[in-house]
Write a protein that binds this ligand. Sequence first.
Ligand code: ZN
Length: 243
Amino acid sequence: MVEKCETSINGQTIIYTVKRSLRAKHVRLEVRRQTGLTVVVPHSYKIGQLPRLLQSKERWISSHLARCSHFQSLSAEKELSSGDTVPYLGQDLELVKQENHRGVGSVTLDGNTLAVSPGLFKNGILELALEQWYRTAAAKLINERADELSSQMGINYKRIVIRGQKTRWGSCSHKKNLSFNWKLIMAPEPVIDYVIIHELTHLKEMNHSKRFWELVAQYCPRWREYKKWLKQHEADLTAKLCA
Ligand SMILES: [Zn+2]
């Protein structure tokens, strides 16, 4: 049996998962990057006792959660609201509540702001609407850039699919289809180009050999820097708009 609960730890609301286990003799806490805090309790344990127990383990929990920044996305009350910022092409866009001619449910880019119709600020649908907007923006930009880069590189691909993979930025198949994570649109453009060049190069070199990186470097001399950027921002980017 699995159940989602919430508690407050150091003033932050945390959502955690409670699992009842027939085999567990004691309460056990686990913190993982993908799932956040999980509390495994013996089958007959009274859930009402948990808040006190968690308070007493506050320190342990905070320090472990701090190591998984992805966890931020799992904390409740973290719903986006007007004035918050979201990352886009390496910059921050401010969310602004605004009626606009495109009507209910619309999200429109306007300079450094993202104008969102007021109705979307209710019931947690904003994240969904934003994801939709990001996916569309990602598909457009990535298709354009892949077109351009593939002709520069003289490497053809068949089709581009935009996905929401948890752990990868891009991939390619033997059928010469490329797939990219929509969250890439949050990264600066040179980083997006690097990921596209990386996948296109795989259509020639299906490995990460020295030769592979030499080919990448021909079209993206600063690939090391971009690779590092992705690594450093991975948790951040995937935590935003958790999907
Ligand atoms: Zn690769």
